[in-house]
Design a protein around this ligand. Sequence first.
Ligand SMILES: Cc1cc2nc3c(=O)[nH]c(=O)nc-3n(C[C@H](O)[C@H](O)[C@H](O)COP(=O)(O)OP(=O)(O)OC[C@H]3O[C@@H](n4cnc5c(N)ncnc54)[C@H](O)[C@@H]3O)c2cc1C
Length: 504
Amino acid sequence: MAELTAIKKFVILGGGTAGWMAATTLGNIFKGTDVTIEVIESPNVGIVGVGEATVPLFIDFIRRAGINEVDFIQKTQATFKWGIQFSDWRVKGEDYFHSFGDIGRTIDGHDFYQIWLKSRAMGDLTPLLAHSPEAQLAKHGKFYLPFNAAKTPLANARYALHLDATLVGRYLADYAQSLGVKRREGHVQNAVLDERGFIASLQCDDGASVSADFFIDCSGFTGLLIEQTLQAGYDDWSNWLPCDRAVTVQSKKPPETTPFTLVTARESGWTWRIPLQSRTGNGYVYSSQFSSDQQACNTLLNGLDTEAINEPRVIPFSAGIRRKVWYKNCLALGLAQGFLEPLESTAIHLVSKSLAHFIRLYPKADCATVLQDEFNRRIKADYEEIRDFLVVHYCTSERTDTEFWQYCRALTLPESLQEKLTLFRQQGGLFAGVEDFFQPSSWQMVLTGMGQLPDDYNRTVDALDYEALKRSLASGVNAIDKVVAAQPNHDDFLRQYCQAPRLG
Ligand SMILES: Cc1cc2nc3c(=O)[nH]c(=O)nc-3n(C[C@H](O)[C@H](O)[C@H](O)COP(=O)(O)OP(=O)(O)OC[C@H]3O[C@@H](n4cnc5c(N)ncnc54)[C@H](O)[C@@H]3O)c2cc1C
């Protein structure tokens, strides 16, 4: 029988964003103890080097890790992000914004979205986003730190970062090593299993054998431990998310950087534009069923705002998740765990969420099955929630101009999404699920942006005095406009507070 001993050694296979995030988290927890953490990075296999748009919880990750935010921003050439601008998704020529944070305030306990729906029904066509400070700051290219704007409508605004993925890896590698994490350069050829089928050691091509009690597989898409060794299996979701490739390219920095990610619907998928202090990251996520790599490359290059500075690179992927993300003494993180296209910048968030689940269910060296099962159930629910939110961007499009968009309109939806949409259509009322990442306000922004208004509003709102409501809504919008106008331009803010050193 396996002994109920504590884990004394972790080996993290892979030194991409996922590997170094895991090392930073564990390094902080076990700093000064007898638990050792070692990261193995291959000199032959590079990191994926994309993954440059984040969500606000990544800032929480940095702060919790004890990292200085300004130093991090400077060293990763980061810019600020209030949300995502969607162009040409419902129909060509139309935009909407998905901002971080809540929209509006509840009034006498009534959900703001219901109040907005009622005022719309009464003929007030003020856009929903006029009530979002983040969306207005983005629209006017402004940035200010919300916590320095106490007692204004900006005080609770949420922001995230755009980052240079390679520099993030380096930053976290240095930081984790300062916490005592060891780094080994070596190419792992195979893993040796013990009599329970647990991983006992990794064999490197220089002859080294590296053993540990627990292994974290951050080896990227190949999933060297979780799939190639333990054969955890993969749930493929490409029937719901048909894009299976991305082509990426970097381009010169434009004269002004926007405090938002731009995602534009294209013939067979969508393109992103992510502004950094030093350059712009661009990519086209597309379906190989409807576009060749060459066509995708042309679409991407023709749509650039500024001159390309490297050669385009094609990255294949398939949407889905490992059937077992934690299996025996191996936890898969990052691309080794699963993949959901980066439309809502959720992958890095899923790394920190996985780490949080793992810490909550922290095992002994025997890795009790009950802990693995609970972890796997929770992470699957996280993936399913995000999957549904991604699918909604496609299935609600009214575009019919290409075969890809016709295909998306005819998608058979996951049951969970179908139920949510049916509920929303009644009167826009939605509940956040336990530990959901996307709150009702996110669904409301995207569905409203896609022209999916509910059939009615919740009639309890009629109990409110409409004239008073009107005044309250107008004064809310005014207050946002006033405070937004007073904030600095995004580039000026960066120059003043967190200008990155120029890269040589
Ligand atoms: C096109 C695209 C766009 C994306 N955009 C976003 C985004 O905007 N926002 C977001 O949050 N996420 C995004 N992601 C996801 C994000 O890039 C990843 O989640 C993140 O970079 C983590 O990658 P990783 O560390 O798992 O893998 P990788 O970066 O691939 O690192 C793998 C590591 O494993 C090591 N390795 C592999 N094999 C061996 C071996 N045999 N021996 C030793 N070491 C080995 C390599 O050396 C490397 O260090 C995107 C992903 C793609 C594909």
